[in-house]
Design a protein around this ligand. Sequence first.
Ligand SMILES: *Cc1c(COP(=O)(O)O)cnc(C)c1O
Length: 365
Amino acid sequence: MSGGDKLDFEIRPNPAPVSAADRAALLANPGFGRVFTDHMVTIRYADGKGWYDARVEARAPIPMDPASAVLHYAQEIFEGLKAYQSVDGGVTLFRPEANAARFAASARRMAMPELPEQAFLESLEHLVGIDRDWIPSVEGGSLYLRPFMFASEVFLGVRPANEYLYVLIASPVGSYFSGGVQPVTVWVSPDYTRAAPGGTGAAKCGGNYAASLVAQAEAIEHGCDQVVFLDAVERRWVDELGGMNVFFVYDDGSLVTPPLTGTILPGITRESVLRLAERAGHTVAEQPVSFEQWQADAASGRLREVFACGTAAVITPIGEVRHPGGSFTVGDGGPGAVTMSVRQQLVDIQRGAADDEYGWVRRVR
Ligand SMILES: *Cc1c(COP(=O)(O)O)cnc(C)c1O
């Protein structure tokens, strides 16, 4: 299949789905990424043949040859988005077209074939449709969707593989913040960087995460929740967290986030925050922020709030910053008013509780 050709999905319902009672017990407290639904979607790709064998089937282990290319050279990319129970009883996705486009961009960077947007979106609709009873109804809950693709060719030579498997799985998740939104403490890594110019920082690939884990572990050792990465060249400019983008809010009401120069993952939440803040009358800018300036502005009080953003936690206030030279707080260390207001606007749109004037919400049921 190529370009706009339509892929037919074969539906093979799980013959032994989880019982309603067991599912209800799992949905009462799903946590994050531990509980999975009854089905998955798989689509295969081979050079010369294109995309084929699209299926909705029982979620099951994937048989894999030990020489599968992904296990050796890490040609793997993924996405993350959520299906929400809308206030009117329907089911919605938030900007899934943006995830489809980013998945294709990640594929290009990793020398992988692009899954057509249409097939990506249909895979989401099929899985959310067949597993709709897995969407938690608890406040703040959602069905986290994880599309991913990897090199499945059995070959140890170093070159782009010529066979790939696309898979979509779903995991019900509870509210990220069970006891109200809590600010996090971040660790500014002195030793590790996440992405260098010309590297894979703008691609959503598993390899970026593998490289960030030791820095995240270092953050935990220092009593922090998350790591902040500085740029790889000067070790001076703030890039982002391990899996979230970052925003600075100043006393004049302006918001600043580092620009997308290739070392930062282009977050869909980031882009949405830029639009919403501007609509609410804030000046927004994509500008480099140095770590020295961050410290100086926090000390002078010019910097009022800092927050991280991404699909999993939506918007997370950053209260305290630790680094090898000491620590400091931003504002009074609590969630800031601008942070919480942007968060609310975003959550309301995602849940269908506010006008979707940008056409971000896609109804799937
Ligand atoms: C996915 C991701 C983000 C956030 O992107 P969203 O589209 O907002 O979920 C930010 N940084 C990294 C490194 C990511 O992988």
